[in-house]
Design a protein around this ligand. Structure first.
Ligand code: NAD
Length: 432
């Protein structure tokens, strides 16, 4: 970690607390780990350690009770060498600049590793949306969109859903941007409702891509998916879809953890019953067909596959040693710290990294963006087939690079992603 903060020269990046490694520190460590593999391109590597553009905005709204509340909003465009910015919008009480910067960096690597014609970006608002009414969330979303209006657009930067945002959030963003432009501009966001320019298959795409990556990874280590015992952290868009698909393939989802707690049933949890319960109660806690579990016990459960699909920094040096699984498939962005990566490698656990495992979402977002530009829409079978093809192709390419270089799949994905970004940087040259 010694050289982690070497580019902290008192400029804006020093805004991040150097005492805490945080998500941006994790990202920088991952870039340091890949640099020796970049050959002559490493001359340009500093490009990846500095976001191109950061916008921090004040988002004031009138609450339903007449009070005025202010929230801090962010949009970070990490790298635009390969195309417009692309990445989600997160609403969470812990959102901060370090997190949004890291998430934008991971988007750059992911889009390049998948060979999508996008740069990387991410945004968010530091807010607990569970404490706001629907109309307060709408006003906050619309004001935030107006504040970042100048830097987003179908060929500039295209937001999408992330934690605590969804199709409805994207509909409000698209409408606000369009009203400001004086014309309907469907391509400014992806993950919209299908009736206003969204793509079929988008809402399930991240979980579906994760499922494909998981099947491919299981083949490499001779793990049978039928009967495999799986634990999942996060039961939202990504975690729930992954649970449904693995359950359908004959795996047993033995534990699920979300913000409310964790539940466990050694015979396998009934995923549709749990889904109905979470829709009603807002979390897994209290689900009667499983036992309640303490957080520490969750990671050490006897299982074959772990799917972290909630937030970053969840598998750390404190719990990585307890993991019994042979395979970790990262649905969340940045769920495993670099120290935990080392521990899992030493234990011979295969980690399918976030920039590959959860890339199904941005891949179908890319399909949505292409369909919006053409005003011609594909059917779900076509979307799912194209998604599966791109996921398998990216998986094999990353696997091969990891074998050739004797590295983890994360470093291999970073080798491919960083090389593509830095080649673009080199070809385009510096202006002036
Ligand atoms: P979501 O809001 O639909 O669900 C988030 C889930 O995480 C919920 O079940 C929530 O209860 C749980 N959670 C929140 N805080 C938690 C905590 N402290 N401990 C345990 N669980 C907690 O979000 P999502 O879209 O499913 O995103 C989940 C992860 O996947 C994020 O890291 C996101 O960046 C990543 N991701 C999402 C997409 C997408 O298309 N939605 C694409 C790529 C990556």
């Amino acid at each position: 970690m010694t050289q982690l903060h070497k580019n902290r020269d008192g400029g804006l990046l020093s805004y991040i607390n150097p005492e805490e490694i945080g998500p941006w520190g994790m990202y920088l460590e991952q870039i340091d780990r890949v640099t020796p593999y970049l050959g002559g391109l490493s001359r340009w590597v500093e490009t990846l350690k500095r976001p191109k553009r950061i916008l921090i905005v004040d988002v004031p709204i009138e609450l339903d009770n007449g009070e005025i509340a202010h929230f801090e909003g962010y949009r970070v465009q990490h790298n635009l060498s390969r195309g417009p910015g692309k990445g989600g919008i997160r609403y969470h009480q812990d959102v901060n600049l370090s997190e949004v910067m890291a998430l934008s960096g991971w988007m750059s690597i992911k889009n390049a590793a998948m060979n999508l014609p996008f740069g990387g970006a991410k945004g968010g608002i530091r807010v607990n949306p569970k404490q706001l009414s629907r109309s307060e969330i709408e006003r906050m979303t619309r004001r935030f969109t107006s504040e970042i209006n100048t830097i987003i657009g179908p060929s500039l930067d295209i937001p999408a859903p992330d934690v605590n945002t969804n199709e409805q959030t994207m509909a409000w963003m698209m409408d606000t941007y369009s009203v400001n432009q004086g014309q309907t501009s469907t391509g400014v966001v992806t993950g919209k409702p299908v009736s206003i320019g969204g793509s079929v298959g988008r809402s399930e795409a991240t979980g579906r891509g994760l499922f494909t990556a998981g099947i491919e990874a299981a083949k490499k280590i001779d793990l049978q998916i039928t009967g495999a015992k799986i634990i999942i952290q996060g039961f939202g868009n990504v975690g729930r879809t992954a649970a449904k698909l693995f359950d359908g393939a004959g795996s047993k989802i033995i534990a699920v953890m979300d913000h409310s707690g964790a539940v466990y049933n050694s015979n396998g949890i009934d995923i549709s019953a749990l889904g109905a319960y979470v829709d009603r109660e807002g979390g897994v806690k209290g689900f009667s067909e499983a036992d309640f579990l303490l957080g520490d016990e969750f990671w050490g459960l006897n299982c074959d596959i772990v799917i972290p699909a909630a937030l970053e920094g969840q598998i750390t040096k404190h719990n990585a040693n307890t993991i019994k699984a042979k395979l970790v498939i990262e649905g969340a962005n940045g769920p495993t710290t670099p120290e935990a990566d080392d521990i899992l490698l030493a234990k011979n656990v295969l980690v399918v990294p976030d920039v590959l495992a959860n890339a199904g979402g941005v891949t179908v977002s890319y399909f949505e963006w292409v369909q919006d530009f053409n005003s011609y829409f594909w059917d779900e079978e076509d979307i799912n087939l194209r998604l599966e093809r791109l996921m398998k192709k990216a998986f094999e390419a990353i696997w091969d690079v990891s074998i050739q270089n004797n590295t983890t799949m994360r470093t291999a994905a970073f080798i491919i992603g960083c090389s593509r970004i830095l080649q673009s940087r080199q070809l385009r040259g510096l202006y002036p």
